[in-house]
Design a protein around this ligand. Structure first.
Ligand code: 13P
Length: 253
């Protein structure tokens, strides 16, 4: 189902106490200011998932993990499985983030397995795609995103695909302060929706939620979210500041 969504990816930040304080600060602001008809998903570091989920249940926001392993279970020291995440009552998981692709060698074949396991365990995958700067400079960005989306997702049948949330995160915009222009975001989101339409039909394409991520903040969110094919954001740095994050949540027209 297509929804308005603002998701916060805290990455590897906060101590337990800082995380708890930030969650309550966000919850208080959401309760004060409302969130319109947007869904809020907060993705804290894994050790805090259960604590965050308890606060989320009381305050009407979802909690997601930032990653899950590509195996069901077994001898993978230090890793966290989709089954574990799901068994704690967590609802979403970010998969394919560019930091996982760059620093941990994840490719679309690995991410495809993660997608399958997430769906098997009834987690909603937030699938990240996006080109690096050199690819955009060579005008290769549409082809890169087409490959990422089709290789990791297009093996799914229509029903399974309809559970996926896509996040377009141009790598050159992540953590750099350089945001895609609203036109650049809209152009790529429309392209992704077109790929989905070709594969699964217009109805599925129209029903897919596509988020933008990459230096999205309290100042630029409203313009980005006003684009026809931008259904919300996946927010990094600005999700660690409660007031900014809740402003972003309330940036839909
Ligand atoms: P920033 O908002 O810090 O650029 O991070 C975006 C991101 O990677 C969200 O997953």
């Amino acid at each position: 189902m297509r929804s308005k969504i603002v998701a916060g990816n805290w990455k590897m930040n906060t101590t337990f106490q800082e995380a708890e304080d930030l969650l309550y600060e966000i919850a208080d602001l959401l309760n004060e200011q409302g969130k319109g008809d947007a869904d809020v998903i907060i993705c804290p570091p894994s050790p805090y998932l259960e604590m965050a989920s308890d606060i989320g249940v009381e305050n009407d926001f979802f909690v997601g993990a930032q990653n899950a392993n590509d195996h069901e279970s077994g001898a993978f020291t230090g890793e966290i499985s989709a089954a574990m995440i799901s068994s704690m009552g967590i609802t979403h998981v970010i998969l394919g983030h560019s930091e996982r692709r760059t620093y941990y060698g994840e490719n679309d074949a690995i991410i495809k397995n993660k997608i399958d396991l997430a769906l098997k365990h009834e987690l909603v995958p937030i699938y990240c795609c996006g080109e690096v700067l050199a690819e955009r400079e060579k005008s290769n960005h549409f082809e890169v995103v087409r490959r990422q989306v089709s290789e990791a997702l297009f093996h799914l049948d229509k029903e399974a695909f309809s559970k996926i949330i896509i996040a377009y995160e141009p790598v050159w915009a992540i953590g750099t302060g350089v945001t895609a222009t609203p036109d650049q975001a809209q152009e790529m989101h429309a392209f992704i929706r077109g790929l989905i339409a070709t594969k699964y039909g217009d109805e599925t394409a129209a029903d897919t939620t596509i988020l933008y991520g990459g230096s999205c903040n309290a100042k630029n969110a409203a313009e980005l979210f006003s684009q026809a094919d931008v259904d919300g954001g996946l927010i990094g740095g600005a999700s660690l500041k409660a007031a900014d994050f809740v402003t972003i949540v309330n940036s839909f027209k």
